[in-house]
Design a protein around this ligand. Structure first.
Ligand code: COA
Length: 188
């Protein structure tokens, strides 16, 4: 079993087809699963896959952009489309991947990792070293067409990597955080 991490567009086709099928199973659409990249290239999407003998057990994508919060610029990355094959859930594969993603985001030089998840999954991410930001709202979309996470039953999860992470964490709680990832990945 190995973790493969590469730009979304470089994932080999056989693995990409499996990821598309896992995503389609959880987030179905009317169209057939598409093997092509699904994220905005401007967000420098990386795919991270847990693979056993060419079989994808779990997958996620990491999206990145610069954000401005309380007058400071931060290099931010977040998790998107986290999924474990339905028949492989409950075996620790999802946790292994979101832990690895947290490590890789820190090693990439990002100031923080930040993303939203459905409230019931808070514990899943906390077990993998992410922390919930109490009262935080992440604003997706664009300044002209914002999409605040507060419209949904979502929790903002984060991890701080640069100096004085506790101070930084405090400045991100109980407030609105402008992510503005654009119109393709409207909220991550
Ligand atoms: C969420 C998901 C990726 C978890 O994957 P997994 O491989 O089953 O997770 P793990 O086996 O690593 O579980 C790790 C821990 O999280 C808990 N957990 C897993 N899924 C959970 C869920 N849906 N709700 C609450 N807790 C959950 C597990 O019980 C386990 O806790 P433990 O350490 O106390 O035993 C998987 O359920 C999935 O693909 N769900 C559908 C897609 C989805 O909702 N993605 C998240 C988008 S934000």
């Amino acid at each position: 079993m190995e973790i493969l991490c590469c730009p979304e567009s470089d994932v080999p086709l056989d693995l990409r087809l499996q990821v598309a099928a896992l995503q389609h199973d959880v987030w179905p659409s009317d169209e057939r699963p598409q093997p092509g990249p699904r994220h905005d290239p401007a967000l420098r999407p990386l795919s991270m896959l847990l693979v056993d003998d060419r079989r994808v057990l779990a997958a996620l994508d990491i999206l990145s952009k610069e954000i401005v919060h309380r007058g400071r610029r931060y290099a931010a990355s977040g998790l998107s489309t986290v999924v474990t094959d339905r028949v492989e859930r409950g075996k620790g594969y999802g946790r292994r991947l979101v832990e690895a993603a947290r490590y890789d985001i820190g090693a990439s030089g990002a100031d923080l990792g930040i993303f939203t998840c459905d409230r019931p999954l808070r514990r899943f991410y906390e077990r993998a070293g992410w922390q919930a930001l109490a009262g935080a709202v992440l604003i997706g979309g664009t300044p002209e067409a914002p999409l605040p996470s507060g419209r949904f039953d979502k929790v903002v999860m984060a991890c701080f990597f640069t100096v004085a992470p506790d101070d930084t964490a405090r400045s991100f709680t109980g407030c609105r955080i402008a992510l503005y990832p654009g119109q393709i990945d409207r909220l991550w």
